[in-house]
Design a protein around this ligand. Structure first.
Ligand SMILES: NC(=O)c1ccc[n+]([C@@H]2O[C@H](COP(=O)([O-])OP(=O)(O)OC[C@H]3O[C@@H](n4cnc5c(N)ncnc54)[C@H](O)[C@@H]3O)[C@@H](O)[C@H]2O)c1
Ligand SMILES: [Zn+2]
Ligand SMILES: [Zn+2]
Length: 359
């Protein structure tokens, strides 16, 4: 099978022929139909998110079950599935305390053994345990969420990361109530999904911030009531839109100290700041000791939208069918696997919401 292999930090991905390992008893082999290109793939590729080499990236994919291990009970060949990059074990402390997205074993399978071998016989890892930048992948049954066979797989793919992350950040982390105000900083795939999540929650105003004008147009199409350019003092502009106080909820979907700090500053006292963006481990955000007390804000990180893929993937598809989410608005371009590096370049210029690899 062909897959885009990542062999060195910053290096382009090379499309190679790999031999997939056979499925274990509880694994399934999935033929990937489509995969979104998320900024987190970019961040692994350039070393922002540490990861062992070589590996096949891609964690926002959907496909068709091709083969099942002998002990698989919930899936059969022909089933359509979305891959989840956290596969909750349902038994660890975090799973039992309402945080399947933080499952202590949710990515064990990603590191346990190579998922494929290259032409020289060397092992290749499945990054995020999903490796959706390849024609086939092998993953535990509980990393696969079955979806209706008539739902377009290239839209379902985006639900595997951007959609559950963005909508979940609003719904499960910030817990936005109807009529509350929301600002979203960064309007890529994740931020645009958060804006749609804010629309779904009945928020007003919904303020979008990005440094690319075209993204602000997309943000309006996804439900933003106001769109601010990042260069035009968005903190001050957000305060002006909210009676001088700031928004009830800010969602940060870039992953830099400056935007995290801006998200904090545009939030009202006692409001919430939800950090979704994935920055570097050694990036530091500064806060005054006194301001933290006086501002009385709640700041929380948010992994995978604090969602449970088994519950929320079908839920997002249902909301799309009901016309309450618009997954198509997130798709900027369809590309082949050979165009994967162009997708990273397009992401750098900020011109696309999502590039979707269609196999
Ligand atoms: N927490 C999670 O579980 C999770 C899941 C998925 C993605 N992420 C992270 O979320 C972030 C967003 O992911 P994405 O795929 O939407 O990325 P993306 O590259 O598609 O979008 C990022 C957006 O931020 C904008 N931007 C960049 N710098 C900015 C600035 N200074 N001010 C305002 N806007 C700015 C860009 O123009 C772009 O529109 C990334 O850091 C990604 O790694 C986290
Ligand atoms: Zn992602
Ligand atoms: Zn667990």
């Amino acid at each position: 099978m062909r897959a885009a292999v990542w062999r060195a930090p910053g290096a382009p991905l090379t499309v190679e022929s790999l031999d997939l390992r056979p499925p274990g008893p509880r694994d399934v082999v999935v033929r990937i139909a489509a995969s979104g290109v998320c900024h987190s793939d970019r961040s692994v590729r350039d070393g922002t998110i540490p990861h062992p080499l070589p590996a096949v990236l891609g964690h926002e994919g959907a496909g068709v079950v091709e083969r099942c291990g002998a002990a698989v009970t919930g899936l059969e060949p022909g089933d359509h599935v979305v891959l989840a990059w956290v596969a909750p074990c349902r038994r660890c402390f975090q799973c039992l305390h309402g945080h399947p997205e933080l499952c202590e074993h949710g990515m064990d399978h990603a590191w346990a053994e190579p998922y494929a071998r290259d032409a020289s016989g060397a092992g290749v890892l499945a990054a995020f345990g999903t490796a959706t930048f390849g024609e086939l992948t092998v993953a535990p049954e509980h990393a696969c969420v079955r979806v209706d066979r008539d739902f377009p797989l290239e839209l379902a793919a985006l639900v595997g990361c951007a959609v559950v992350t963005g909508v979940g950040a609003v719904r499960y982390s910030a817990r936005v109530a109807p009529g509350e105000s929301v600002a979203v900083v960064g309007c890529g795939g994740v931020g645009l999904a958060a804006i749609q999540g804010a629309r779904l929650a009945g928020a007003a105003p919904i303020v979008a911030v990005d440094r690319v004008g075209a993204k602000l147009d997309l943000a309006r199409a996804c439900g933003a009531t106001d769109a601010l350019h990042a260069d035009d003092d968005p903190v001050e502009a957000v305060r002006e839109l909210t009676g001088g106080r700031g928004v009830d909820h800010a969602i940060e979907a870039v992953g830099s100290p400056a935007t995290i700090r801006a998200a904090y500053d545009m939030t009202r006292r006692a409001g919430t700041v939800t950090v979704v963006g994935a920055g570097r481990f050694d990036d530091v955000v500064g806060f005054g000791a006194m301001e933290l007390m006086v501002d009385a804000k709640t700041m929380r990180g948010c992994v995978y939208g604090a969602t449970d893929p088994a519950r929320d993937v079908p839920e997002m598809l249902r909301l799309h069918r009901a016309g309450r989410l618009d997954l198509g608005a997130l798709v900027s371009r369809r590309i082949s696997l050979d165009g994967i590096d162009d997708a990273f370049a397009a992401m750098d210029t900020g011109e696309v919401a999502r590039s979707v690899v269609v196999f």
